[in-house]
Write a protein that binds this ligand. Structure first.
Ligand code: ADP
Ligand code: MG
Length: 275
């Protein structure tokens, strides 16, 4: 098998993923440490298990794509990392890092201008008006929207709205960006552009990114690692290390080859579940 591709069993994400012979100092810090997380939703008398014993480390500054079929618990895991729900069992440790979450819908306030939307989080944190404005314009420049600062969300395309959402997430001075199928509703061309942009922002800022998708090519285009979840209840079933040089072309032979291997593994998983 291709040297850039390494498939590991489910337990690989657990404990220390480091090769023991490497000195500790060479290992980046772990930004997100997930241990044996199971999640069950209770509705009336029925219970639905969304996650089963998920363990995963995401290195500081890493770009990990979490891939799995619809309904396998990807959003659940991100919401748990963001602290939105209480975990049924297991632990998640982000080491006090600030975490921002981004969704498929930009969830902007429609009555506020683009700039005010970006300023909102800073306002809650008590950042002064002048500094808010300066920072918002800087972030809008980073996502190439400085000319649209005074527009309102409905005047923007879907791709532009997601760029505003990225700027707003960055305005929280997050160390960790959790992205839940953020480009899922965009057309392929817009998505390609946003892949380049999020990659450039990640490289420039040193953010840790955990990116959820059900699109195999998108995962291979973006991730250092692609972690595959089983069908519900979600478990980590495989992990692929992707070391294709960046920026990667989603249509390149290298991306296609690894995407094919990932898809095969995903199919096996779906078959195993008899779906
Ligand atoms: P994914 O993001 O991979 O599509 P989700 O995490 O949204 O999966 O959902 C996993 C399962 O948990 C689904 O069957 C979904 O219906 C269920 N679920 C998600 N959120 C809730 C909730 N708040 N209450 C009850 N069930 C939920
Ligand atoms: Mg989801």
């Amino acid at each position: 098998m291709e040297s850039s591709l390494e498939q590991r069993p489910a337990a690989a994400g657990r404990a220390s993923p480091a090769a023991p012979q490497r000195p500790l100092a060479a290992e980046p810090a772990v930004a997100i440490k997930i241990r044996n997380v199971s999640q069950t939703y209770h509705q009336g008398r029925s219970a639905l298990q969304a996650l089963d014993q998920v363990s995963l480390d995401v290195a500081q500054g890493g770009f990990v794509c979490l891939l799995g079929a619809s309904g396998c618990g990807k959003s659940t895991l991100l919401n748990l990392i963001a602290g939105l729900y209480q975990i049924s069992s297991g632990t998640i440790d982000v080491g006090g890092r600030r975490v921002a979450l981004m969704f498929q819908e930009s969830a902007l306030f429609p009555w506020l201008t683009v700039q005010k939307n970006v300023e909102m989080g800073m306002r809650f944190r008590g950042v002064g008006a002048q500094e808010r404005r300066r920072k918002a314009l800087e972030l809008l420049a980073l996502v190439h929207l400085e000319a649209f600062a005074e527009r309102r969300p409905h005047e923007l395309s879907g791709g532009m709205r997601q760029r505003v959402a990225i700027a707003r997430a960055l305005s929280q001075e997050a160390d960790v960006l959790l992205m839940d199928e953020p480009f899922g509703a965009l057309d392929a061309m817009t998505r390609d552009v946003l892949h380049d942009e999020i990659e450039a922002i990640w490289a420039r800022t040193g953010l840790t990114v955990l990116f959820v998708t059900h699109n195999v090519r998108e995962a291979v285009r973006l991730g250092d690692r692609v972690v595959l979840l089983s069908s519900r209840p979600g478990r980590v079933v495989a992990e692929f290390l992707i070391d294709i040089p960046r920026p990667r072309c989603p249509d390149s032979a290298q991306v296609a080859e690894i995407a094919a291997a990932v898809t095969d593994r995903l199919r096996q998983e779906v078959r195993r579940h008899g779906r």
